[in-house]
Ligand binder design. Sequence first.
Ligand code: GDP
Ligand code: K
Ligand code: MG
Length: 277
Amino acid sequence: MKSITVALAGNPNSGKTSVFNMLTGARQHVGNYPGVTVEKKEGQCTHRDWRITFVDLPGTYSLTAYSTEELIARNYIQEDRPDVVVDVVDASNLERNLYLATQIMEMDAPMVLAFNMSDLAKRRGLEFDLDQLSQLLQMPIVPTVGNKGQGRSELLDAIVETAGAERKERTHRVTYGGEIEDELLRIEETLGKTDGGVVARYGRRWLAIKLLEQDEDVTSKIRDREVLEAVGRSVEHLRDILGDEPEIVMADRRYGFISGACQETIQSSVERRHDVS
Ligand code: GDP
Ligand code: K
Ligand code: MG
């Protein structure tokens, strides 16, 4: 038996608890995350020769440092390094739900997308090219109907396959445009010189992104003055040329990436009727 830990992430009401229950059945344990009263639910199952422990992360729309739930979810992914993160999305509301996915992608976590509420999406006349979406997001996508137990074994197959696969570097990711990418590189270079432990734990690019977003939690982890000064200069420079906070522009670019992916891979039967007429 090989043992792995899998975290379930997702927007509130995406059906995360239903998928968790579908995967773990009655084998659940409820506790709290250390130091806070946010509930931590764990459950187990076995699949083929794998023993899988599932951790139900708090439901969040994003992974900023602005709320306890978001901090818990992202710290768990970054610090406990689960073998796989399953992002449960509401397929009938895909564009909004993928915002969280782009942020988990940025943490370089091995991911599987549980394409939940796929029944609802179908009823609404949405059709997806899941092969192409899977290529664009570089992760397996498994349609599920959490409250009916549909897609369970396919999801478990994708999880153990992902856990067993060799890690490859991500080639598709959100790019923030020349001006921001230049500053990210600059910050990454200053990070290269110091703060060794922090860089090893969180990853250079993710740290640079969060520093440019002026994320308080990440900023507080950086002790090196030189890095913080470089970040300050970059933020000011970007404010000047973009006319807005880098954080806002970066969120826009993530939505741009998602919107592009959705345009290429979603068709509604309503639209198609227009196309032929
Ligand atoms: P959570 O907030 O993400 O944990 O979502 P829940 O698991 O509590 O589900 C929210 C609601 O959606 C509940 O009423 C579920 O029964 C329902 N639900 C969950 N998964 C599906 C699904 O795949 N299809 C449909 N139609 N409803 C679902
Ligand atoms: K709920
Ligand atoms: Mg829930």
